[in-house]
Write a protein that binds this ligand. Structure first.
Ligand SMILES: [Fe+2]
Length: 366
């Protein structure tokens, strides 16, 4: 008999035009802290749509960088407090969404972000509205936020049930303005969430259903991504697949691909999705030894005959970067040591030992 729990309290509103249709109900309070990155909220048209219908007051914090820092969330949290904001509205990719979640905590808790990791927080975060402009993060339907922690030279996630956005508005049109490299990076992030969830130790009947549907949907986008011609219908599939990935990892967490990817982003500057792409084929090869039927199912749903074909797909998607990543034995050892400290490794089927993680890194594709 299966035993599991399933929790995803975010109201999802999906489809073209949903933000304007939401009208006054977009507001969850009297005054919003609107959190964005430097450009995508404006370029995508999402910010215009929000401002056209949002009732009440707002202030805009538009300084969230890629891989947001502790410093940035402190600034945003302080702004929310000083301005008397009573909810947070986040627009953008994973960075603005994750930063906004931590700001929602800091707005009502007198604490340092680093202490949130150690001790959590007492007062419930301000309610959050999330409007993704990329199809990758899944943050609009998770309880997680990932920050860059310079003290520990890594990216690190924190989580809490109040970090699930209260409502998410998903409009595939907002992803149309993304450059193709960002479209691919974020799509591969979504795929890694779906795959890592399905191959996680914490996978459940419910998370599997979600992950498998997401993998199948993602598979419909493969040829368009390969050709670098992604139309709105494909973007629709990718955005939904990305959210399904978020719902799946909200139940299971991620696994070793993310743990190793954090170092590739922190030290080598790889975008998050590309960092995940580096180890994914070797991860599938490793997991095949302990859960062959699960890996087969993933490959079948993607329409790929083998892990080799999966590796070729990653190679095609990141062709411009092949050969650019050079990792010495010492560097690999450092990344593996860091990854071993995370819970992600214990959550990976087979619980790879240090030597196995090293082998996975050595077989990386870029
Ligand atoms: Fe991710």
């Amino acid at each position: 008999m299966n035993k599991f729990s399933y929790f995803m309290p975010t109201k999802m509103v999906y489809g073209q035009g949903v933000v304007r249709e939401a009208g006054a109900s977009l507001a969850l309070g009297r005054k919003a802290l609107i959190v964005t990155g430097k450009s995508s909220a404006r370029l995508s048209g999402a910010l215009d749509d929000v401002l056209a219908v949002l009732p009440g007051e707002y202030v805009i914090f538009d300084q969230v960088e890629n891989n947001p820092s502790v410093h940035t969330v402190i600034k945003g949290g302080r702004m929310a407090k000083e301005e008397g904001c009573d909810y947070v509205l986040a627009i953008g990719g994973g960075s603005p969404l994750d930063a906004a979640k931590v700001m929602a905590v800091l707005a009502v808790n007198d604490t340092h972000p680093m202490d949130l990791y150690k001790m959590g927080w007492k007062t419930r975060a301000l309610p959050i509205v999330a409007i993704p402009t990329t199809a990758g993060t899944g943050s609009e339907v998770t309880q997680y936020a990932v920050l860059t922690i310079d003290e520990e030279e890594t990216k690190k996630g924190l989580g809490g049930p109040d970090l699930f956005p209260r409502v998410s508005y998903l409009d595939p049109k907002y992803t149309e303005s993304l450059p193709m490299d960002v479209t691919i990076d974020t799509a591969v992030d979504a795929l890694s969430h779906l795959v890592e969830s399905y191959l996680a130790k914490r996978a459940t009947t419910a998370s599997d259903l979600v992950a498998l549907q997401g993998i199948a949907l993602w598979g419909t986008a493969i040829e368009a991504l390969r050709q670098g011609k992604v139309d709105l219908e494909t973007r629709d599939a990718l955005l939904l697949a990305s959210s399904l990935g978020g719902i799946a990892i909200a139940q299971t967490g991620t696994a070793l691909v993310h743990a190793l990817g954090y170092s590739l982003t922190y030290f080598d500057g790889l975008p998050h999705g590309r960092a995940n792409a580096v180890t994914m084929r070797a991860y599938l090869d490793y997991t095949k030894k302990v859960a062959p039927e699960r890996v087969e199912t993933i490959l079948e749903l993607l329409g790929l005959g083998s892990t080799e074909a999966f590796g070729e797909l990653m190679g095609d998607l990141f062709a411009a970067h092949i050969g650019t990543l050079k990792l010495s034995a010492d560097t690999i050892e450092k990344y593996v040591t860091k990854a071993m400290l995370t819970n992600n490794i214990k959550n990976s089927l087979g619980e790879p030992a240090e030597a196995e993680l090293t082998e996975i890194m050595e077989k990386s594709i870029l």
